[in-house]
Design a protein around this ligand. Sequence first.
Ligand code: HEM
Ligand SMILES: [Ca+2]
Ligand SMILES: [Ca+2]
Length: 268
Amino acid sequence: QTTKLTPNFYRTTCPNVESIVRSAVQQKFQQTFVTAPATLRLFFHDCFVRGCDASILLASANGNNEKDHPDDISLAGDGFDTVIKAKAAVDNGRISTKASVQRQLPHPNFNLDQLNSMFATHGLSQTDMIALSGAHTLGFAHCGKFSNRIYNFSPRNPVDPTLNFQYAMQLRQMCPRNVDPRIAINMDPNTPRTLDNVYYKNLQQGKGLFTSDQVLFSDRRSRNTVNLFASSNAAFNQAFVAAMTKLGRVGVLTGNKGEIRRDCTRPN
Ligand code: HEM
Ligand SMILES: [Ca+2]
Ligand SMILES: [Ca+2]
């Protein structure tokens, strides 16, 4: 028999789990702002690989777990720490391999068709994908993730023509050629610490940091949604909440299909 995913799942065994998790996360957030972007991205990377089963948390013995894949290496430690501190009474999944991450996560050079098809495999629509991309309203990116757009985009155009030229020059200053690969910059140059619709206003001005961000505005099939979210923070908020909820249901194992780990870093 299967159990449904429900907010009161632990009502008998741990009646206050939601408020316990909430206050642990609040406390962590007060210690460091990075908690917010780090946890947001961790959630996404878990859900897109084998579903939302916390496979990303499993500790690595031999350098071959999910954590070790190049797409996951830059996940900020504070995200993991948030989950551990919250003793996230999340779920299960005994398997976590580096190989399983390959081709499951979107890359910053993706075009609209590639983004749509990858999100569609998890039942997420183009509107969900655009709303979720709004998570790039917070947090950092390493220079190497977009340096092709400011230095060697194509033989004819060294700078990506869809990029605001002034912004491109600012990016060159923050990320000079051969910059230390550990250097990271804000993805939202205007309100990097506020979860708001400024991300979409940036796209309208050619200030999307990745190709996968800017393409949402430059491709006319997605532009109307970007314009809608740019014009209404309420519309963005509503779509973001709905899409995050859908993302959190991807591939969840319920009932006897999985196990609830006592320690998130190890199968029981
Ligand atoms: C649409 C396709 C997406 C692509 C191509 C993408 C790609 C990336 C890349 C390359 C980075 C920078 C990593 C680094 O340099 O350290 C990043 C950061 C981030 N992404 Fe995404 N991402 C996508 C969707 C999402 C979604 C759906 C979420 C969450 C709902 C998300 C949340 C974040 C956050 C919060 C950061 C900043 C992390 C930090 O500051 O530690 N992204 N993303
Ligand atoms: Ca997972
Ligand atoms: Ca912002």
